[in-house]
Design a protein around this ligand. Structure first.
Ligand SMILES: C[S@@+](CC[C@H](N)C(=O)[O-])C[C@H]1O[C@@H](n2cnc3c(N)ncnc32)[C@H](O)[C@@H]1O
Length: 241
């Protein structure tokens, strides 16, 4: 990883904002990811993210924190937060912005336990592909304190396969339709292609059930997006053990 994303965030933070990040995927053309969006305040966040922040409690892990926008809000509210990201540049910026406890590590290397684990801005992206979902979910489960919760957002991107007649064309023999190759470039430099996973709610729920997790729909967004809360089945009230 060249950490192009981190470089762009550092430029913005240090007053060198001249260009945005360009993204594209295996099923869509080039698009702009405006750098200011990654520095958003609570009032600029989508409703699903605002809801997740309202539900956060106890010791919070912000996974893939980016510039730390969610962590900063929660810290100001008085919560104890740890922010992690694989991008060293992002962690540098998060610290510069005032996130107290920020570390450049992969979620799979995290070992502490938490009351709330946040994965926001298509949190399922970090799982990369469907085959890896149970590995990540099992690991996240191991990081939950008793009665802890995982708050995660994603989208059902089936609409991206809609044809002109309004029918859906999805190749059922191909990989899961939410598995995308993701390309990032910034100031002419290209990042190593990433795998990025969008999961529809039912597929996420099913994957949770196979590893002893309960998954509930908290809120739906305006464009096939949703916020889910995942808890350990063992601590879920309506399950008699
Ligand atoms: C779409 S960005 C979201 C950033 C931030 N949560 C926000 O909402 O602005 C996804 C972030 O996840 C980080 N990331 C990707 N894979 C990760 C992993 N395995 N462990 C920790 N962070 C990861 C990326 O470096 C990136 O900063």
């Amino acid at each position: 990883m060249k950490d192009i994303f981190g470089k762009a965030l550092l430029d913005y933070q240090n007053g060198n904002y001249t260009e945005d990040i360009i993204t594209s995927t295996s099923i869509s053309d080039e698009d702009i990811l405006p750098l200011p969006y990654l520095f958003r305040s609570f009032s600029e966040m989508p409703k699903l993210e605002q809801k997740a922040l309202q539900l956060a409690k106890g010791y919070v892990l912000d996974v893939g924190c980016g510039t730390g926008s969610h962590s900063l809000y929660l810290e100001k509210k008085g919560l104890h937060v740890k922010a992690i990201d694989i991008s060293k540049g992002a962690i540098h910026v998060a610290k510069q912005r005032g996130v107290t406890n920020a570390e450049a590590i992969d979620i799979l290397d995290e070992t502490e336990t938490f009351d709330t684990i946040l994965l926001l801005m298509n949190g399922t992206g970090i799982f990369q592909e469907l085959i890896q979902v149970s590995k990540y979910l099992k690991h996240l489960k191991s990081l939950l304190k008793p009665n802890g919760q995982i708050l995660i957002d994603s989208s059902d991107i089936k609409y991206m396969y809609e044809d002109e007649d309004g029918g859906f064309w999805v190749d059922t023999s191909a990989e899961y339709y939410g598995e995308l190759d993701y390309f990032i470039s910034y100031k002419g430099e290209k990042e190593t292609p990433l795998k990025w996973l969008y999961l529809d709610f039912n597929t996420l729920k099913l994957a949770c059930e196979t590893v002893g997790l309960h998954c509930e729909l908290i809120k739906e967004g305006e464009h096939f997006d949703y916020l889910a809360r995942i808890t350990d089945l063992y601590f879920t009230k309506d399950i008699s053990i």
